[in-house]
Design a protein around this ligand. Structure first.
Ligand code: UDP
Length: 261
């Protein structure tokens, strides 16, 4: 593990600030590579899902960049003596990356995910805000696509035709991480970002929490109020399990190194 990496709840996390992550992504987006590099952004829910999902664990192990998405991850990292500098949520990373593209350069982007029509709206908004970002393709896969080899081939073919620098994958967790991991050698993009509802946010389909809520670390409350049926059960489970994961790691660290007590 390098100096810039932390090990929390069995996840290797890159301790990077937003600007450092963007710098690295721009470099990767412009480098020819023999396989698609990919980025995951752990939040509390991912740390909970990882315990029972081997494929997601492998996707995390192999990821090229692992950026702390949620405030609780950052708080826990400090509590456990393995601090990450700040949260780098996927839904902020993408617009910040687009803004960082120099006016005389072009970034080719493919949007994969979200409901039919949403990615097209996102592409229209992106063209207005970031003229240097060119959406070269969009696709909303049908339900269950991940279990169909034909459908996966079709998606890979579409991406290969468009040759994007960056593939934005908004399929929700753990589907997006597992799909990218399974197909990482076939995805003809320089870098893939697994970023949940980001395409919805870019399209204006869903609204981010107000800034004060994001800063106070209660963005989850906003999401729970906007999608209560889907979120209440998830957050209840996460609120029960996550403190146990933090406690477990704290005890493991202190049993291995009693001098930290
Ligand atoms: N989604 C999709 N295909 C699927 C499942 C989900 O395109 O098979 C999209 C959905 O339309 C939404 C996003 O994935 O745009 C879900 O993002 P969210 O951040 O809510 O996912 P989470 O990781 O929080 O479950």
């Amino acid at each position: 593990m390098s100096d810039c990496q932390r090990e929390l709840f069995g996840i290797r996390i890159d301790a990077l600030e937003m600007d450092q992550a963007i710098f690295r992504l721009l470099e990767w987006a412009r480098e020819p590579a023999d396989r698609c590099r990919y980025v995951v952004t752990p939040n509390v829910d991912h740390t909970v899902l990882l315990r029972d999902n081997e494929l997601l664990q492998s996707a995390y192990d192999e990821a090229d960049l692992v950026l702390a998405d949620g405030h609780p991850i950052v708080w826990a990292s400090r509590l456990l003596g393995q601090p990450v500098p700040e949260r780098v949520p996927g839904s902020d990373l993408v617009p910040r990356l687009f803004s960082a593209v120099e006016p005389n350069r072009e970034l080719r982007v493919f949007l994969l995910g979200a409901a039919p029509g949403v990615a097209r709206r996102a592409a229209r908004n992106m063209a207005e805000t970031w003229p240097q970002v060119k959406t070269v393709g969009v696709y909303s896969p049908p339900p269950g696509f991940e279990n169909s080899e034909d459908e996966c081939e079709l998606i890979l073919g579409r991406i290969a035709l468009c040759r994007p620098d960056v593939l934005i994958v908004g399929l929700g967790a753990p589907k997006q991480e597992c799909w990218v991991y399974r197909h990482r050698t076939q995805i003809r993009a320089s870098v893939a970002l697994c970023v949940g509802a980001t395409i919805d946010f870019l399209a204006g389909e869903k609204c981010r929490a107000p800034l004060w809520m994001q800063r106070a670390g209660v963005e989850w409350l906003h999401r729970m109020c906007s999608e209560p049926r889907r979120m209440v059960k998830r957050y209840a489970r996460d609120a029960w399990v996550f403190p146990q994961l933090v406690m477990q790691q704290w005890m493991d660290d202190h049993s291995q190194n009693p001098s930290r007590q």
